[in-house]
Design a protein around this ligand. Sequence first.
Ligand code: PLP
Length: 392
Amino acid sequence: MTHLMNTYGRLPVCFDHGQGVWLWDKNGNKYLDALAGIAVNVVGHAHPRLVSAISDQASKLIHCSNYFTIDLQEKVAEKLVEHSGLQAAFFCNSGLEANECAIKIARKFGHKKNIDVPNIIVLKHAFHGRSIATLSATGNPSVREDFSPYTEGFIVIEEGDIGRVKELAEANKNIVAVMFEPIIGEGGVIPLDLNFIKEVREVCNQNDWLMICDEIQCGLGRSGRWFAHQWAEVKPDIMTLAKGLAGGVPVGAVVVSEKANILRPGNHGSTFGGNPLAMRAALETLSIIEDEKLVENAFEVGKKLKKALSKSMNGFSGVLEIRGKGLMLGIVLDRDAHDILEPGLKAGLTFSVTAGNVIRLVPPLTLTEAEADELVKRITPLVRSFLAQPKI
Ligand SMILES: *Cc1c(COP(=O)(O)O)cnc(C)c1O
């Protein structure tokens, strides 16, 4: 009898340790990790630099408080500002917290303009988290079900529908922001059209709205650029980060432009947010991404992996599409794919299934070409035999 709440349908494997892109379970079986703890272990498992940074910091100071100056926060913020071209950062502990903060900034931005009920435009397949406000901003019914009443102030539109954004700009003077994932993650690995992102930026400029990019899953090099919105050659006003930022140590961040840098003491805070342990891990993770050129690696290896998967699964009638960018790829099937997860483990592979029918591959950004070849070699027969079963 388990003493855990029943919040996850868990697979019957317990991992013991990892090294690079590899994981070992308690029985000594080895797995190629194409999930990376859901796009978290960006520098791979047990990276020696990250291990020694974390242990060194743990032996010095794990936590103090944001009542004091924390130099490590300054250093992490400096790197995020450098790579994004934005102005300032706030640190918290998770993705939903980062999005909560972004929503608060957008609301304050509205109130400063005398908008009493600020509205934010969000996308239908978005996932922004599981707190009451962020689930209210999330389209997926299974995330929302049973948790009403929802937070008001979110207007849902279809991905890519710039016409609707323009209509709303005319019709609704309470809008203060548009919030979206440049590459939708949980919603099924859906890269947004780059022209849509550019046009949203323009509408935001014309109407004095904030553009909020949720880069929690697609950011930090995964798409082959530091941040996925950079593919559209635009800058957001607010960007949220979490997942990979500290290589597996819980952390979240909100990075803002000058225009959105409006929170003042008392407006927001977090006890743990940006503590020395998390910041040391984040600083080392960002330095490893820089030093090992992992953004470039994600681009190169991701491009080859996508091509190799398309080639090896060419002619599989149940594979509708292979989509995504860099090392954020989705194999879209014509049926629910959850029953491929256990055979996947037996084939020595971890990955996840999202949006019901999308096999999601988000391996560590350290994945080499040889490891990508091995991934193709393992997943192709797996998908073939899964598709050979009668559809349920
Ligand atoms: C994972 C995720 C979140 C939520 O992050 P948590 O750390 O689980 O709260 C929000 N937005 C996106 C795009 C995500 O992928």
